[in-house]
Design a protein around this ligand. Structure first.
Ligand code: KG4
Ligand code: ZN
Length: 333
């Protein structure tokens, strides 16, 4: 019954979690506010903030779990993908701690962890299932055969779904990250008022950069005629943009489900919080007879609990790393 400490520092959230025999005991995250004023994550500032947050976050997780560090059986850390400087802080810390405690090290893939977040709490999907991972950095359709066997069948060729939300929200003058605010405003708007191009591509791939450009040119044209256009139509603009992104995601998900015959559909990543996406997915599931799985929000955004869960599966499979582990910003699934 392994007790594992897991560390997540791939982007701008510093996380630590403790898991004992697959049961989550503590999950602590420190979110970095410093980036808001810049309208996006500044890598150098993210690394520095990780350095400040890591020790207090790890200590808080151990205290909350009621686990002494000498009781740990392994230390796990996100190896990639992510920002190199951010990953370096986490991997150096984890390697040092594992060495000092003389316990094995586990290197975890961040994208795999987003998917295995579904196994932290009930209800859990059975293998195999189809997972749509939508975050600020990724958009992937993945066939999940087991905890250690996954295949990407579709992904974005440019912007991620979260980026599409954030960048279009920025064009509307909303503060970073605009996704949640756009979602909120969309709730009182008319989703069919404005038509924007779909980002569905060949196969099960996605492309969201066209949407961003189309919204940019559309707003420029309208604002030239009426400078209050955005303010006067904000809710309808938000609803129409959200509708476009959600329908694109759903269209590819539907096609992938039909082609693979998978009837368990899971949502992962921060964009899983989007109310329009949740509602559309649940309605589609009703129609198609799918079982839908969406983790609690705290396990959808970047967190160490999902890293701990993945590490638990890897520990059981004997998939350990060595002190030679180095961060890989482009680590493949
Ligand atoms: O998974 P996550 O926390 O971080 C990454 O690994 O990227 O995802 C963050 C992304 C951001 O782009 C944020 O705007 C988006 O998820 N997001 C949302 C909502 N909540 C978070 N997008 C649309 N609607 C939301 N309610
Ligand atoms: Zn993530």
């Amino acid at each position: 019954m392994p007790i594992i400490l897991a560390i997540e520092s791939s982007c701008d959230d510093t996380g630590a979690a403790v898991i004992a025999d697959g049961v989550l005991l503590a999950n602590v995250v420190a979110t970095q506010k410093v980036h808001e004023q810049y309208g996006g994550v500044v890598p150098e500032l993210a690394s520095r903030a990780h350095q400040q947050h890591l020790l207090p976050v790890v200590t808080a997780a151990l205290v909350k779990a009621g686990i002494d560090k000498h009781a740990l059986d392994a230390v796990a850390v996100t190896q990639g993908p992510g920002l190199l400087g951010s990953l370096l802080v986490g991997t150096m810390f984890a390697k040092t701690l594992a060495l000092a405690l003389d316990v094995p090290l586990l290197g975890v893939n961040h994208m795999r962890a987003h998917i295995l977040a579904h196994f932290i709490r009930e209800p859990k999907p059975d293998f195999p299932f189809l997972c749509l991972t939508v975050s600020g950095g990724h958009t992937q359709l993945v066939v999940v055969r087991s905890a250690l066997d996954m295949e990407i069948i579709g992904q974005t060729t440019d912007d991620a779904a979260g980026e599409a939300f954030d960048k279009t929200a920025k064009l509307l003058g909303l503060p970073y990250p605009g996704g949640p605010r756009l979602d909120q405003l969309a709730q009182t708007g008319n989703p069919l008022r404005f038509a924007f191009p779909s980002g569905a591509m060949e196969g099960y791939n996605f492309s969201f950069s066209g949407l961003k450009t189309s919204v940019l040119y559309f707003l420029r044209k309208q604002v030239a005629v009426n400078e209050h256009f955005i303010a006067e139509n904000l809710a309808d603009l938000c609803a129409s943009i959200q509708h476009t992104i959600v329908q694109t995601l759903l269209r590819q998900l539907r096609a992938a489900a039909a082609a693979t015959g998978l009837r368990q559909v899971a949502l992962a990543g921060g964009v899983a919080a989007n109310s329009g996406l949740r509602a559309a997915l649940l309605a589609e599931a009703e129609l198609q007879g799918w079982a839908v799985f969406i983790p609690d929000f705290e396990f959808c955004t970047d967190n160490a609990a999902m890293v701990a869960m993945t590490a638990h599966f890897q520990f059981e499979a004997g998939d350990f790393a060595t002190q030679a582990l180095s961060p890989d910003p482009r680590l493949k699934l």
